[in-house]
Every structure is written in structure tokens, then in C-alpha cells.
Design a protein around this ligand. Structure first.
Ligand SMILES: [Zn+2]
Ligand SMILES: [Zn+2]
Ligand SMILES: [Zn+2]
Ligand SMILES: [Zn+2]
Length: 258
């Protein structure tokens, strides 16, 4: 995996100076120094993820795979928890005499008169009365455990363990605006969203840009040290300068090769 596929967020402390680079044949370069800003992980992060360090991004790591498994919606419990959280967080917008309905979410069944179609379920509102439209209505598609959903909505869910279930493999760039992990998580008998926590890092990056970039169209990136966090998620935003320039990357040890 090339360096540019990965989004390290970096910044202060930083600096810039002019120097020469031996990797490019002792030509004049501008050296820009940045510090890694680490990543954000979920408060329910898997212990393995919590303790993970890396020196460079390993393309054969199965971390990505586990991350996408975590996102998987073919897991019925996961889907049910997500549905419950959505219902729990969605206020009923119905107004009666200028006052917003304070009904709670409830599992409801829609039966047809002719019984030719099987009944369908939805999450409605305890405040609903005959002929009132626009109360909370959340349809339920397949892949939801109706018994589990009912237990959750009625506050009767007992959970499976007394400990929080730390199984999250989500990793976000430290520059994310998100406050919560998008996945539903379990802590005893509560389904909740995990807060994102910062994993800090002290790795320093140096970028060496030739002063005469036309005759030497290479940029060198050097990182020093071991990242005290899992690899950041893949980069979403292509950086234009990187489409024009080929980047050479190398790991520097502590012997100060510049
Ligand atoms: Zn150098
Ligand atoms: Zn999470
Ligand atoms: Zn309502
Ligand atoms: Zn780092």
C-alpha cells in the first residue's frame, strides 16, 4: 500500500528549513516537519486495537476486514440494536395544540383486513390516537429480531454479560468531526453509542521537496518512530500534488539520516 492511500493527520509541532537530501543525490530541498496526530477510536474498542502500534502500513493486515465485518448489517442482533437506537433517538414530531408529543417508541403491528398479506411491523408512538397522522413511524425491514426489539423498547432487555462488550474495530482520522462511533454497542443491559477517544502519537514526519522540482520531480516522505495507534483509515481525498509527483517513502530509524 502506498503512503498516499492512508490518511495520517499531522500538524503541530512543525517546522520548515532548507537542507540537502542524500537520497536524491545531495540536491537542495525544502524540509517540512510535522508531528503525527494519531487517530480516534471508539470507547468500546477491542483491546487489540487499543494497544496496537505500527511502523508502516501493512497491506496484508486483516484489520480492514475486521472493520468491515463490524459494519456488517447481516448480523441480526446488530441490526436490531441499530434499529432500537434510531427509535430511541428519534423524537416524535407530532404537535397537539402547539405542544410536541412526548410519546415513547413502541413496536406495532399492521394487519391487513383480508389477511392475504402477512402482518408487517413498525415502530410507532405511544402517544398516537385514532386519526392522528405524523407521529413517529419507523418501518422495520427484514433482518430484525422482533422479540429482542420489543424487549429493548419495553426496557426488559437483560443483556448477555455484565461487562461492556469491547469489540469495535472502527478507526477515524483525528480530524473527524464525529463525536460518536456509528455502531450500536452493548454495556450490561444498555445499548448505546460509543464516544470517540483520541489516541495520541509522537511520530514525526519529514517531507523533502526539491527546490528545483522540475528537474527532480520526487518528494520524499520520512517517518521516524513507531505509531502508538492503529493505522488510520484509507484516504478519501486525493491530494493534487501527489497525482503529479511520485513519492518515495522510507522509514528512518533513530540514527538521523537527514
Ligand atoms: Zn535525506
Ligand atoms: Zn464503536
Ligand atoms: Zn407521538
Ligand atoms: Zn502516529
Amino acid at each position: 500500500m502506498a503512503f498516499e492511500d492512508v490518511q495520517y493527520s499531522m500538524g503541530l509541532p512543525c517546522g520548515q528549513n532548507k537542507t540537502t537530501c542524500t537520497y536524491l543525490g545531495d540536491i537542495a530541498v525544502i524540509k517540512k516537519d510535522r508531528t503525527c496526530h494519531g487517530v480516534k477510536i471508539c470507547e468500546f474498542a477491542d483491546p487489540e486495537l487499543r494497544e496496537m502500534e505500527h511502523k508502516s502500513v501493512d497491506p496484508n493486515s486483516d484489520l480492514r476486514l475486521r472493520m468491515s465485518k463490524e459494519l456488517s448489517t447481516d448480523n441480526v442482533n446488530y441490526n436490531t440494536f441499530a434499529k432500537y437506537l434510531a427509535a430511541y433517538k428519534t423524537e416524535c414530531r407530532y404537535m397537539r395544540d402547539g405542544v410536541q408529543c412526548n410519546g415513547k417508541p413502541i413496536l406495532k403491528c399492521l394487519r391487513r383486513h383480508d389477511e392475504t398479506v402477512p402482518p408487517s411491523y413498525f415502530i410507532g408512538c405511544t402517544g398516537w390516537r385514532m386519526n392522528e397522522k405524523f407521529h413517529r413511524f419507523i418501518s422495520i425491514k427484514e433482518n430484525v429480531d422482533l422479540n429482542l426489539l420489543q424487549q429493548l423498547l419495553n426496557g426488559l432487555y437483560e443483556g448477555e454479560t455484565d461487562e461492556p462488550v469491547n469489540n469495535c474495530y472502527s478507526v477515524f482520522s483525528n480530524s473527524t468531526k464525529r463525536i460518536y462511533c456509528p455502531h450500536p454497542h452493548r454495556s450490561e443491559n444498555t445499548i448505546t453509542q460509543g464516544k470517540l477517544m483520541k489516541k495520541l502519537c509522537e511520530v514525526r514526519f519529514s517531507k523533502l521537496i526539491p527546490v528545483d522540482i522540475k528537474s527532480c520531480p520526487f518528494v520524499i516522505l520520512i517517518s521516524k518512530g513507531i505509531h502508538t495507534h492503529p493505522p488510520p483509515p484509507p484516504n478519501q481525498v486525493p491530494v493534487t500534488i501527489r497525482t503529479r509527483l511520485q513519492e518515495l517513502i522510507h522509514q528512518a530509524n533513530n540514527d538521523n539520516t537527514d
